[in-house]
Design a protein around this ligand. Sequence first.
Ligand code: CA
Length: 444
Amino acid sequence: MKIILDETHDPKAQSWVESANAPNSDFPLQNLPFGVFRRRHAATHPSVGVAIGDHVLDLAALQTEKLFSDEITQQAAEACASSSLNALMSLGTASRQALRRRLHSILRDNATTAAREAVSRHLISQSDVEMLLPAAVGDYSDFYASIFHATNVGKLFRPDNPLLPNYKHIPIGYHGRASSLVATGTKIRRPSGQTRADDAPPKFGPTKSLDYELEVGFFVSAPNNLGEAIPIADAAGHLFGICLVNDWSARDIQAWEYQPLGPFLAKSFATTLSPWVVTMEALAPFRVPAFARPEGDPAPLPYLLDDTDQQHGGLDLSLEVSLLSAKMRDNNLPPAILGQSNFRDMYWTMSQMLTHHASNGCNLRPGDLLASGTVSGADKTARGCLLELTERGKYPVTLPTGEQRKFLEDSDEVILRGFCERPGFRRIGLGSCQGQILPANPNP
Ligand code: CA
C-alpha cells in the first residue's frame, strides 16, 4: 500500500463551486466522493455522480462534453455511464486516480472557462436529487473488529470471559444479507421474530429491543479469482472507498437465535448505507498506524501482517451517532448525540479484514461490501450501539425531552455521521446515514 499525496490533497485549492469552499462542507474539492442519484420530479434513469459542495456533478451526462482526453481517464469516465458504481469499482486504482485528478482540475477555481461552462451544464443541486444505493452489492459481510465493542458486548453475556479465544487471532465476521441493504432515508419497519424471555416458552412478535450499530463499510474494487487469496501487501489495491453503515439489530431475536451459527434474522431485515463513497485516495492524508496492540496480545499471523499496513493501515475517522425522537422533532430540538468514536481504534485494519475474507480462496467481486462491525472506543461516550450504551437496557439514556431509551421506539430517527480532520489538510466528510423506525407490521 502506497500513500500517495498529490495536488488533489492541496488544502489551499478552492473550487469555483462556491459551496465546496465552506469550511464545514463534507464535500470540498479535496473529497470528490462518488454516488448514484436520480433527479426528483423527472423521469430519468439513475446516474453516477460526484459530490462537490451542495451540488452533484452528473458524470454520465458529462461524457458528452469531451473533457477526458487520455485513455485511462476516458475509460473511468465511460464506466460512470451506468446506474451503479460497479463498473468504476472494477477498474481498480489507476483509473480511479486519473479520474479524480481530472475532476479536481475541472472543478478547481483555475479551471479553463470552457471546462467551467461544460461542467456547469451538468451540475445539479443536491436538494433536487434522491440518492440511491451506490453499488449493486453482490455480497455483504460484516466483521466485529472493535475489541472495545466485542469486550463490552461479551461482558453482558459472559462477565468472566468476555472475549472468546479466537478474537485476537481472527478478524471475526459473518455473511450478511445484500438484498436488504437500503439507501439513507429509507424507513425501517420494526421487525417481528422469535424470542424467548428467560425460561418462558418462545414467542413470535415485534422486537422489543431494536438497536442501531455505528459502522464503516468498505467496497471491493478489483476482484480476485475463485481459489486465489489476496496477499496482505496487495489488499489496499482491492479497496475502492468507504461509507457509513447502520447495521440495525433486534437484540431479543439475536439472543435467542445466534447460537450455534451466528446472527441471522436479527440483522437481515435492513442495513442502511450512506450514499457517498469516499475513495481511498481522498482518505490518504488521514491514514494512521494500525491499532497498537497492548503488550501481551499475540501478533497477527504472517498472512495478516504487513509493514506498510501496520504503519498506515489505520484511519483517523471521527464517527458520531445521534437520535431524534418524535417528541424532539415536534419541539424542534436537534438530534441528541449518543456516541462518538473513532475508526482508528479498530483492532483489525481494512486490509486485514479483506485479506482474511479472501484467504480461503473466496472470490470478492467489485461492489461487494465489507463492514467493520460496531465502532466503539475505550470510553463510555464512545459506544456505538444501545446494547453497549445501556448495558442491555439496565441504564437507559435520557433524551433532552426527558424521554428515556433502553432501545429504539417507533418514530425514532437514527443519524450517523463521519469526518476526517487533520492539521494541514482540508476536512472531508462522509455525509450522513439516516433511518426512521416504522411500527411493526400488524399482521406479520
Ligand atoms: Ca454489525
